[in-house]
Write a protein that binds this ligand. Structure first.
Ligand SMILES: O=C(CO)[C@@H](O)[C@H](O)COP(=O)(O)O
Ligand SMILES: [Fe+2]
Length: 221
């Protein structure tokens, strides 16, 4: 059964209270929060003050996806803002091991995200030190993009690597996730489905979350 993590990026920012309430009352387990700095990605989203307020409003796990350069400078600040899970990009870290150790030492779950062009094999040595991998199935920076189909193969390859490693690392897939590809993603090995537009832009977001949950529960393995 996949974990559902709606991404706030697609929410109506003038109605954040209602959007949070909707997530709180839904079947979603995590709240995915995309932080963009206009340097690592060509877009700027939101930062610490928004996360602080989301933290006060939701009991769901706050899963923060940092699309920023030098993420190590802000690890403590995101912990203080209320992040339960903190994901940094492989491509943004020179000292990835040091960064994920710091995240864990502060009591958060540590994640590493991979851009679509980055091979999963590069994560082999870091698997013992992390809790989740975020496979980006679009180029990071924007919501509402088309799912890149080769991501399915990456998920399957990573699943195999994780099985062989013996470490309990979750696979998250982020970008273009919908009820149409949820079952295929879970069958390939995804444990967590992040969905922005397909939840918040739906006519009935609560029902869209329930549909994702249902689609993600049909596993062939
Ligand atoms: O990290 C990102 C984008 O960079 C994502 O978390 C998006 O917010 C997903 O949005 P959709 O593709 O589901 O609309
Ligand atoms: Fe994200």
């Amino acid at each position: 059964m996949a974990i559902i993590a709606p991404s706030l990026l697609a929410a109506d920012f003038l109605r954040l209270w209602d959007e949070c309430k909707m997530i709180n009352e839904s079947e979603a387990e995590w709240f995915h929060l995309d932080v963009m700095d206009g340097r690592f990605v060509p877009n700027i989203s939101f930062g610490l003050p928004v996360i602080e307020h989301i933290r006060k409003t939701t009991k769901k796990e706050c899963d923060v996806h940092l699309m920023i350069v030098e993420p190590e400078k802000y690890t403590t600040a995101f912990k203080e803002a209320g992040a339960d899970r903190l994901t940094v990009h492989y491509e943004a870290c020179t000292h990835l091991h040091r960064n994920v150790e710091m995240i864990r030492q502060l009591g958060m779950k540590a994640g590493v995200a991979l851009n679509p062009h980055t091979p999963v094999l590069l994560l082999k040595e870091i698997l013992p030190y992390i809790d989740q991998v975020c496979i980006m199935s679009v180029n990071p920076g924007f919501g509402g993009q088309q799912f890149i189909p080769t991501s399915l193969k990456k998920i399957a390859e990573l699943k195999q690597m994780i099985r062989e490693s013996g470490y309990p690392v979750l696979i998250q897939v982020d970008g273009g996730v919908s009820v149409n590809n949820a079952a295929a993603l879970v069958n390939a090995g995804a444990d967590v489905l992040v969905a922005g537009s397909n939840v918040f832009k739906a006519e009935n977001p609560t029902a869209a979350i329930a549909q994702l949950k249902k689609a993600g529960s049909f596993s062939e393995v």
